[in-house]
Design a protein around this ligand. Sequence first.
Ligand SMILES: O=C([O-])C(=O)C[C@H](O)[C@@H](O)C(=O)[O-]
Length: 312
Amino acid sequence: MAQYTPAELANKLKDGLLSFPVTAFDANLEIDEAAYRKHLAWQSSFDVAGLFAAGGTGEGFTLTPQEASKVVRMAVEEAGSSVPVLASAGGSTKQAIQNAQDAEAAGAEGLLLLPPYLTECDQEGLYQHVSAICSSTKTGVIVYNRANAVYSADTVARLADNHENFIGFKDALGDIEQITKVYAKNGDRLFYLGGLPTAETFALPLLQLGMSTYSSAMYNFVPEFALDFYKDVRAQDRVAINEKLNRFVLPYLEIRDRVKGYGVSIVKGGLKAIGRDAGSVRPPLQDLTEADLADLSALIQKAGIVPAGATL
Ligand SMILES: O=C([O-])C(=O)C[C@H](O)[C@@H](O)C(=O)[O-]
C-alpha cells in the first residue's frame, strides 16, 4: 500500500538526490538476494530522496518481468520504510501495464516508464501509450525522455492535464531546446530529473533548465561524495562543483568511456573496489577488465572519497 500520493511523491523526489541501485548477481548470474538486500539497506541509510529499483543501472533490461517484480519487492522490504522505492515499466503497452500493476502490488510508490520497445512512434501514439499506463495504476508515473520516446511540450501538457498521477519528466537526451519548451509549458505541474549518463556531469547547467534533481549512478558506491555534489549543485556553488568534477567525475568518465556499456559495469566495479561486491553484470554488458578496475580503485582512493567503513 503506497505511503505517498502521487503529488506527495513528486514533492519528496524533486528536492533530493535520486539513485538507481544495482541488482546483485551471484556467480551464476542469478539474483543474489542477500547481497541485494544488504546493498539496499546501506543505500537507504543515507539521506537519498528516492531509489529506483531494477532501472537502467539495476540492469532492468536483463531481468524477466518476474525477476523485476521480485527485485522491487525486496527493495521495498529493505528500504521502503525510510525511502520511497520506484520501479520501472517498459516494452509493449500491455507489458508496461503488467509491470505497473506488479510494481504497485510489490509496494512501489511510483514508476519510471521506459520507451516503448523497438518501434518508431509519434506524439499521438506516445500519448495513447503513456495514457494507458497512467490509467492502469494509482502510483505516480515519470516518463523517460530518450530513444524513440521524445515527448513534445504539448504531449507532456496533455498527459499532465488528463492524469493526476503523471508527475515527472526524466531526460536522457540533453536537448536544451526541447527541455526548455517542456519546462516553460509545464512548470511546477511536474518535477524534472536529469538522467544522462553520469548525471553529475550535467547537473549544474540542467538545474537552470528546471531540473532540480538527477539520478546518480555513482551514489551506489560513493554515496557521501554524491550527496555532497548534489548539495553543491543546489547551492549553485560553481567552484565546489568544478573542484569535484576535476577530482573525480571527469577522470571517472575517462574509464567509463573505454568500453560500450561500462556506464553500468563501472558502478558494479566501484562496489567491488570499495569491498561491497554486488557480483558481475549480465550480458550483453561486460565487467571491467582487471586493469580498468585497478584504475578505478586508484582513482577513488586518490580522490579521497572512499566511503566510511569501506576497505580498499
Ligand atoms: O536508469 C538509470 O540507471 C539511469 O537513470 C542512469 C543513471 O542513473 C545516470 O543518470 C547516471 O549514470 O548517473
